[in-house]
Design a binder for this molecule. Structure first.
Ligand SMILES: *Cc1c(COP(=O)(O)O)cnc(C)c1O
Length: 376
Protein backbone atom coordinates (compact mmCIF):
# COMPACT_ATOMS: atom_id res chain seq x y z
CA UNK A 1 0.00 0.00 0.00
CA UNK A 2 1.20 3.53 -0.81
CA UNK A 3 0.89 6.47 1.57
CA UNK A 4 0.18 8.74 -1.39
CA UNK A 5 -0.19 6.74 -4.60
CA UNK A 6 1.49 8.80 -7.32
CA UNK A 7 1.94 5.77 -9.56
CA UNK A 8 -1.80 5.16 -9.70
CA UNK A 9 -2.37 8.78 -10.71
CA UNK A 10 0.25 8.50 -13.45
CA UNK A 11 -1.38 5.31 -14.77
CA UNK A 12 -4.63 7.24 -15.19
CA UNK A 13 -3.11 10.41 -16.68
CA UNK A 14 -0.25 8.81 -18.65
CA UNK A 15 -1.39 9.68 -22.21
CA UNK A 16 -1.79 13.42 -21.46
CA UNK A 17 1.33 13.69 -19.32
CA UNK A 18 3.54 11.83 -21.80
CA UNK A 19 2.23 13.95 -24.69
CA UNK A 20 2.86 17.13 -22.67
CA UNK A 21 6.47 16.17 -21.92
CA UNK A 22 7.06 15.19 -25.55
CA UNK A 23 5.76 18.53 -26.83
CA UNK A 24 8.27 20.38 -24.63
CA UNK A 25 11.09 18.15 -25.93
CA UNK A 26 9.97 18.90 -29.50
CA UNK A 27 9.84 22.65 -28.89
CA UNK A 28 13.19 22.86 -26.97
CA UNK A 29 11.64 25.72 -25.01
CA UNK A 30 12.74 24.45 -21.61
CA UNK A 31 12.66 27.64 -19.54
CA UNK A 32 9.55 29.83 -19.33
CA UNK A 33 8.01 28.16 -22.36
CA UNK A 34 4.38 28.62 -23.40
CA UNK A 35 3.15 25.87 -21.03
CA UNK A 36 4.44 27.92 -18.09
CA UNK A 37 2.46 30.97 -19.25
CA UNK A 38 -0.64 28.84 -19.83
CA UNK A 39 -0.30 27.23 -16.40
CA UNK A 40 0.12 30.58 -14.65
CA UNK A 41 -3.05 31.88 -16.32
CA UNK A 42 -5.03 28.77 -15.37
CA UNK A 43 -3.78 28.75 -11.77
CA UNK A 44 -4.57 32.44 -11.26
CA UNK A 45 -8.06 31.90 -12.66
CA UNK A 46 -8.65 28.77 -10.55
CA UNK A 47 -7.77 30.43 -7.24
CA UNK A 48 -9.34 33.78 -8.20
CA UNK A 49 -6.30 36.04 -8.27
CA UNK A 50 -4.94 38.55 -10.74
CA UNK A 51 -1.38 37.21 -10.99
CA UNK A 52 0.41 33.89 -10.63
CA UNK A 53 4.21 33.73 -10.78
CA UNK A 54 5.61 30.20 -10.83
CA UNK A 55 9.02 29.41 -9.35
CA UNK A 56 11.35 26.55 -8.44
CA UNK A 57 9.83 25.34 -5.14
CA UNK A 58 7.41 26.13 -2.34
CA UNK A 59 10.32 27.28 -0.19
CA UNK A 60 11.35 29.73 -2.91
CA UNK A 61 7.75 30.89 -3.26
CA UNK A 62 7.85 31.95 0.40
CA UNK A 63 11.32 33.52 0.17
CA UNK A 64 10.49 35.42 -3.04
CA UNK A 65 7.28 36.70 -1.42
CA UNK A 66 9.29 38.12 1.48
CA UNK A 67 11.93 39.60 -0.86
CA UNK A 68 9.29 41.29 -3.00
CA UNK A 69 7.97 42.97 0.16
CA UNK A 70 11.41 44.09 1.41
CA UNK A 71 11.26 41.96 4.55
CA UNK A 72 14.70 41.66 6.15
CA UNK A 73 16.92 42.21 9.14
CA UNK A 74 15.18 43.36 12.30
CA UNK A 75 11.75 42.20 11.11
CA UNK A 76 9.67 39.70 13.09
CA UNK A 77 7.83 37.10 11.00
CA UNK A 78 5.11 35.24 12.92
CA UNK A 79 4.74 31.58 11.96
CA UNK A 80 2.83 28.68 13.48
CA UNK A 81 4.96 26.48 15.72
CA UNK A 82 3.50 23.32 14.18
CA UNK A 83 4.43 23.21 10.48
CA UNK A 84 7.07 22.17 7.96
CA UNK A 85 10.43 23.92 8.47
CA UNK A 86 10.18 26.09 5.31
CA UNK A 87 7.35 28.17 6.84
CA UNK A 88 9.93 29.43 9.37
CA UNK A 89 13.26 29.14 7.55
CA UNK A 90 12.03 31.46 4.76
CA UNK A 91 12.22 34.29 7.32
CA UNK A 92 15.78 33.39 8.33
CA UNK A 93 16.79 33.14 4.66
CA UNK A 94 16.03 36.86 4.20
CA UNK A 95 17.74 37.69 7.56
CA UNK A 96 14.45 38.34 9.33
CA UNK A 97 13.53 36.47 12.54
CA UNK A 98 10.78 33.87 12.82
CA UNK A 99 8.62 34.15 15.95
CA UNK A 100 6.64 31.02 16.73
CA UNK A 101 2.93 31.01 17.54
CA UNK A 102 0.99 28.16 19.14
CA UNK A 103 -1.78 26.38 17.27
CA UNK A 104 -5.40 25.48 17.81
CA UNK A 105 -5.37 21.77 18.63
CA UNK A 106 -8.58 20.92 16.79
CA UNK A 107 -7.55 22.45 13.42
CA UNK A 108 -3.73 22.23 13.84
CA UNK A 109 -3.58 25.81 12.48
CA UNK A 110 -2.27 29.06 13.97
CA UNK A 111 -4.30 30.37 16.90
CA UNK A 112 -5.28 34.05 16.49
CA UNK A 113 -5.15 34.81 20.23
CA UNK A 114 -1.70 33.24 20.52
CA UNK A 115 -0.67 35.41 17.55
CA UNK A 116 -1.83 38.57 19.32
CA UNK A 117 0.10 37.54 22.44
CA UNK A 118 3.27 36.78 20.47
CA UNK A 119 3.08 40.19 18.76
CA UNK A 120 2.63 41.94 22.11
CA UNK A 121 5.59 40.04 23.60
CA UNK A 122 7.71 41.04 20.61
CA UNK A 123 6.75 44.71 20.89
CA UNK A 124 7.49 44.66 24.62
CA UNK A 125 10.94 43.15 24.08
CA UNK A 126 11.63 45.97 21.64
CA UNK A 127 14.24 44.16 19.52
CA UNK A 128 12.24 43.35 16.40
CA UNK A 129 9.60 45.11 14.33
CA UNK A 130 6.46 43.00 13.75
CA UNK A 131 6.17 42.85 9.97
CA UNK A 132 4.64 39.67 8.58
CA UNK A 133 2.36 36.82 9.64
CA UNK A 134 2.51 33.50 7.77
CA UNK A 135 -0.69 31.53 8.38
CA UNK A 136 -0.18 27.98 7.11
CA UNK A 137 -3.05 25.98 5.58
CA UNK A 138 -1.83 22.84 7.31
CA UNK A 139 -2.91 19.41 6.02
CA UNK A 140 -5.11 21.13 3.38
CA UNK A 141 -7.33 23.11 5.76
CA UNK A 142 -7.19 26.91 5.31
CA UNK A 143 -5.88 28.76 8.36
CA UNK A 144 -8.34 30.84 10.41
CA UNK A 145 -7.99 33.91 8.17
CA UNK A 146 -11.20 35.50 9.52
CA UNK A 147 -9.55 36.03 12.91
CA UNK A 148 -5.90 36.27 11.83
CA UNK A 149 -6.53 39.08 9.33
CA UNK A 150 -8.14 41.14 12.13
CA UNK A 151 -5.02 40.78 14.27
CA UNK A 152 -2.79 41.53 11.25
CA UNK A 153 -4.77 44.72 10.56
CA UNK A 154 -4.47 45.81 14.18
CA UNK A 155 -0.65 45.70 13.96
CA UNK A 156 -0.34 46.50 10.26
CA UNK A 157 1.27 43.16 9.31
CA UNK A 158 1.59 41.72 5.83
CA UNK A 159 -0.33 38.42 5.55
CA UNK A 160 1.65 35.81 3.61
CA UNK A 161 -0.42 32.65 3.16
CA UNK A 162 1.64 29.45 3.15
CA UNK A 163 -0.66 27.32 1.00
CA UNK A 164 2.00 24.68 0.20
CA UNK A 165 -0.44 22.07 1.54
CA UNK A 166 -3.55 24.15 0.97
CA UNK A 167 -4.14 24.25 -2.79
CA UNK A 168 -7.83 23.46 -3.44
CA UNK A 169 -9.01 24.35 0.05
CA UNK A 170 -11.67 27.01 0.61
CA UNK A 171 -12.89 29.47 3.23
CA UNK A 172 -16.26 31.23 2.84
CA UNK A 173 -16.24 30.25 -0.85
CA UNK A 174 -12.81 31.83 -1.41
CA UNK A 175 -10.03 29.54 -2.57
CA UNK A 176 -6.76 28.93 -0.77
CA UNK A 177 -3.96 30.91 -2.46
CA UNK A 178 -6.27 33.94 -2.47
CA UNK A 179 -6.58 34.32 1.31
CA UNK A 180 -3.43 36.32 2.09
CA UNK A 181 -2.15 39.67 0.81
CA UNK A 182 0.22 37.36 -1.03
CA UNK A 183 0.10 33.56 -1.17
CA UNK A 184 2.64 30.83 -1.85
CA UNK A 185 2.17 27.19 -2.83
CA UNK A 186 4.32 24.15 -3.63
CA UNK A 187 4.17 21.56 -6.40
CA UNK A 188 6.36 19.03 -4.59
CA UNK A 189 5.09 15.64 -5.88
CA UNK A 190 3.15 14.69 -2.71
CA UNK A 191 1.31 18.02 -2.29
CA UNK A 192 -2.37 18.31 -3.29
CA UNK A 193 -1.28 19.51 -6.76
CA UNK A 194 2.18 18.09 -7.44
CA UNK A 195 4.59 17.95 -10.37
CA UNK A 196 7.41 15.44 -11.02
CA UNK A 197 10.17 17.35 -9.30
CA UNK A 198 10.26 20.61 -7.38
CA UNK A 199 8.07 23.57 -8.22
CA UNK A 200 6.08 26.37 -6.63
CA UNK A 201 3.96 29.44 -7.29
CA UNK A 202 3.14 32.83 -5.82
CA UNK A 203 -0.22 34.60 -6.12
CA UNK A 204 -0.89 38.32 -5.82
CA UNK A 205 -3.40 40.94 -6.98
CA UNK A 206 -0.79 43.69 -6.84
CA UNK A 207 0.70 44.66 -10.23
CA UNK A 208 3.92 46.06 -8.78
CA UNK A 209 4.53 43.00 -6.56
CA UNK A 210 3.91 40.81 -9.62
CA UNK A 211 6.49 42.77 -11.59
CA UNK A 212 9.06 42.49 -8.79
CA UNK A 213 8.48 38.74 -8.44
CA UNK A 214 9.06 38.27 -12.18
CA UNK A 215 12.29 40.18 -11.80
CA UNK A 216 13.53 38.46 -8.63
CA UNK A 217 12.95 34.96 -10.00
CA UNK A 218 15.12 35.79 -13.03
CA UNK A 219 18.27 37.43 -11.73
CA UNK A 220 16.71 40.78 -10.88
CA UNK A 221 16.13 41.73 -14.52
CA UNK A 222 14.20 44.82 -15.52
CA UNK A 223 10.88 44.12 -17.30
CA UNK A 224 12.15 45.03 -20.76
CA UNK A 225 15.80 44.05 -20.75
CA UNK A 226 17.11 40.78 -19.34
CA UNK A 227 20.62 42.19 -18.97
CA UNK A 228 19.59 45.43 -17.28
CA UNK A 229 19.54 44.44 -13.61
CA UNK A 230 17.71 46.60 -11.10
CA UNK A 231 17.89 44.57 -7.93
CA UNK A 232 19.44 41.44 -6.44
CA UNK A 233 17.46 38.50 -7.68
CA UNK A 234 17.91 34.76 -7.79
CA UNK A 235 17.25 32.01 -10.31
CA UNK A 236 13.98 30.36 -9.44
CA UNK A 237 11.79 29.37 -12.36
CA UNK A 238 9.46 26.47 -13.03
CA UNK A 239 10.74 24.20 -15.83
CA UNK A 240 8.50 24.03 -18.88
CA UNK A 241 8.41 20.23 -18.54
CA UNK A 242 6.98 20.58 -15.03
CA UNK A 243 4.35 23.01 -16.33
CA UNK A 244 3.41 20.51 -19.05
CA UNK A 245 2.97 17.84 -16.34
CA UNK A 246 0.93 20.17 -14.15
CA UNK A 247 -1.56 21.18 -16.87
CA UNK A 248 -3.31 17.77 -17.16
CA UNK A 249 -2.92 17.27 -13.40
CA UNK A 250 -4.69 20.57 -12.70
CA UNK A 251 -7.54 19.46 -14.95
CA UNK A 252 -7.88 16.14 -13.11
CA UNK A 253 -7.68 18.01 -9.80
CA UNK A 254 -10.56 20.26 -10.84
CA UNK A 255 -12.60 17.52 -12.53
CA UNK A 256 -12.55 14.83 -9.86
CA UNK A 257 -9.46 14.53 -7.64
CA UNK A 258 -10.48 17.17 -5.09
CA UNK A 259 -13.95 15.67 -4.85
CA UNK A 260 -12.57 12.15 -4.53
CA UNK A 261 -10.16 13.00 -1.76
CA UNK A 262 -13.01 14.60 0.16
CA UNK A 263 -14.94 11.35 -0.25
CA UNK A 264 -11.99 9.41 1.13
CA UNK A 265 -11.85 11.78 4.12
CA UNK A 266 -15.53 11.22 4.85
CA UNK A 267 -15.09 7.41 4.72
CA UNK A 268 -12.31 7.70 7.29
CA UNK A 269 -14.28 10.05 9.52
CA UNK A 270 -17.45 7.90 9.38
CA UNK A 271 -15.54 4.86 10.58
CA UNK A 272 -13.11 6.48 13.03
CA UNK A 273 -15.38 9.01 14.69
CA UNK A 274 -15.54 8.23 18.41
CA UNK A 275 -12.64 5.76 18.12
CA UNK A 276 -9.83 8.31 17.74
CA UNK A 277 -9.84 12.11 17.47
CA UNK A 278 -10.69 12.71 13.81
CA UNK A 279 -9.77 15.94 12.00
CA UNK A 280 -12.16 18.90 12.29
CA UNK A 281 -13.32 20.97 9.32
CA UNK A 282 -15.16 23.98 10.81
CA UNK A 283 -18.25 25.49 9.12
CA UNK A 284 -17.46 27.52 5.99
CA UNK A 285 -14.12 25.69 5.56
CA UNK A 286 -13.29 23.11 2.88
CA UNK A 287 -10.12 21.03 2.98
CA UNK A 288 -8.01 19.63 0.15
CA UNK A 289 -6.69 16.94 2.54
CA UNK A 290 -2.97 17.13 1.97
CA UNK A 291 -3.00 14.81 5.00
CA UNK A 292 -5.64 12.94 6.97
CA UNK A 293 -4.29 13.31 10.51
CA UNK A 294 -5.86 11.68 13.55
CA UNK A 295 -4.89 12.11 17.20
CA UNK A 296 -4.44 9.38 19.79
CA UNK A 297 -4.59 9.62 23.58
CA UNK A 298 -0.88 9.47 24.29
CA UNK A 299 2.51 9.16 22.67
CA UNK A 300 2.74 5.51 23.73
CA UNK A 301 -0.63 4.68 22.22
CA UNK A 302 0.26 6.53 19.01
CA UNK A 303 3.67 4.89 18.63
CA UNK A 304 2.27 1.42 19.31
CA UNK A 305 -0.52 1.91 16.79
CA UNK A 306 1.98 3.07 14.17
CA UNK A 307 4.07 -0.06 14.75
CA UNK A 308 1.04 -2.31 14.49
CA UNK A 309 -0.04 -0.66 11.22
CA UNK A 310 3.48 -1.06 9.88
CA UNK A 311 3.43 -4.80 10.70
CA UNK A 312 0.25 -5.05 8.62
CA UNK A 313 1.79 -3.23 5.67
CA UNK A 314 -0.11 0.04 6.28
CA UNK A 315 2.14 3.10 5.98
CA UNK A 316 1.56 6.08 8.29
CA UNK A 317 3.55 9.22 9.06
CA UNK A 318 4.14 11.52 12.01
CA UNK A 319 3.58 15.05 10.69
CA UNK A 320 5.31 16.56 12.64
CA UNK A 321 7.51 14.99 15.31
CA UNK A 322 8.61 18.37 16.78
CA UNK A 323 7.54 22.00 16.87
CA UNK A 324 9.60 24.82 15.39
CA UNK A 325 10.56 25.92 18.91
CA UNK A 326 12.07 22.46 19.46
CA UNK A 327 14.13 22.48 16.26
CA UNK A 328 17.90 22.29 16.71
CA UNK A 329 18.43 25.02 14.16
CA UNK A 330 16.51 27.50 16.33
CA UNK A 331 18.03 26.41 19.64
CA UNK A 332 19.86 29.71 20.11
CA UNK A 333 16.52 31.53 20.36
CA UNK A 334 15.24 31.99 23.88
CA UNK A 335 11.99 30.11 23.80
CA UNK A 336 9.64 29.19 26.57
CA UNK A 337 8.00 25.76 26.16
CA UNK A 338 4.93 26.97 28.06
CA UNK A 339 3.93 29.16 25.11
CA UNK A 340 3.47 26.06 22.94
CA UNK A 341 1.23 23.76 24.93
CA UNK A 342 -0.89 22.71 21.95
CA UNK A 343 2.05 22.05 19.67
CA UNK A 344 3.61 19.92 22.41
CA UNK A 345 0.39 17.87 22.63
CA UNK A 346 0.11 17.56 18.85
CA UNK A 347 3.65 16.29 18.24
CA UNK A 348 3.12 13.45 20.72
CA UNK A 349 -0.28 12.29 19.49
CA UNK A 350 -0.68 12.90 15.73
CA UNK A 351 -0.68 10.19 13.10
CA UNK A 352 -1.29 10.77 9.39
CA UNK A 353 -2.96 7.93 7.45
CA UNK A 354 -2.65 6.96 3.77
CA UNK A 355 -4.46 9.63 1.75
CA UNK A 356 -4.83 10.41 -1.95
CA UNK A 357 -7.61 10.84 -4.53
CA UNK A 358 -7.27 7.27 -5.83
CA UNK A 359 -7.86 5.60 -2.46
CA UNK A 360 -10.83 3.17 -2.59
CA UNK A 361 -13.42 2.47 0.09
CA UNK A 362 -12.25 -1.12 0.71
CA UNK A 363 -8.75 0.08 1.51
CA UNK A 364 -10.07 2.72 3.91
CA UNK A 365 -12.20 -0.01 5.52
CA UNK A 366 -9.19 -2.24 5.96
CA UNK A 367 -7.11 0.56 7.53
CA UNK A 368 -9.93 1.61 9.86
CA UNK A 369 -10.67 -1.96 10.93
CA UNK A 370 -7.06 -2.38 11.85
CA UNK A 371 -7.15 0.79 13.98
CA UNK A 372 -10.47 -0.15 15.61
CA UNK A 373 -9.19 -3.64 16.28
CA UNK A 374 -6.11 -2.28 18.02
CA UNK A 375 -7.97 0.21 20.21
CA UNK A 376 -10.59 -2.31 21.37
C1 LIG B 1 6.15 21.51 1.52
C2 LIG B 1 5.98 22.73 2.30
C3 LIG B 1 6.72 23.89 2.03
C4 LIG B 1 7.88 23.93 1.09
O1 LIG B 1 7.61 23.50 -0.21
P1 LIG B 1 8.79 22.85 -1.08
O2 LIG B 1 8.22 22.83 -2.45
O3 LIG B 1 9.06 21.49 -0.54
O4 LIG B 1 9.97 23.75 -0.99
C5 LIG B 1 6.43 25.04 2.77
N1 LIG B 1 5.47 25.05 3.71
C6 LIG B 1 4.75 23.95 4.00
C7 LIG B 1 3.68 24.04 5.03
C8 LIG B 1 4.98 22.75 3.31
O5 LIG B 1 4.26 21.66 3.61
Amino acid sequence: MQFRDLKKQYDVLKPEIDAGIQSVLDSSSFILGKQVVELEEKLAKYVGRKHCVTCASGTDALVLSLMANDVGEGDAVFVPDFTYIASASCASLVNATPVFVDINLSTFNMDANALDEAIQRTIKEGKLTPKVVIPVDLFGLPADFNSIVKVAEKYNLLVLEDAAQGFGGMLNGRKACSLGDISATSFFPAKPLGCYGDGGAIFTDDDSVDERLQSIRAGGKSPYDKYDNREIGTNSRLDTIQAAILLPKLKAFEDYELENINKAASWYTDRLNGVVITPTVPDDFYSSWAQYTIRLESKTQRDMLQNKLKDEGIPSMIYYPRGMHQQQVFKNMIIDDSCYENTCKAVDTVLSLPMHPYLDEDTVDMICNSIIDYLK
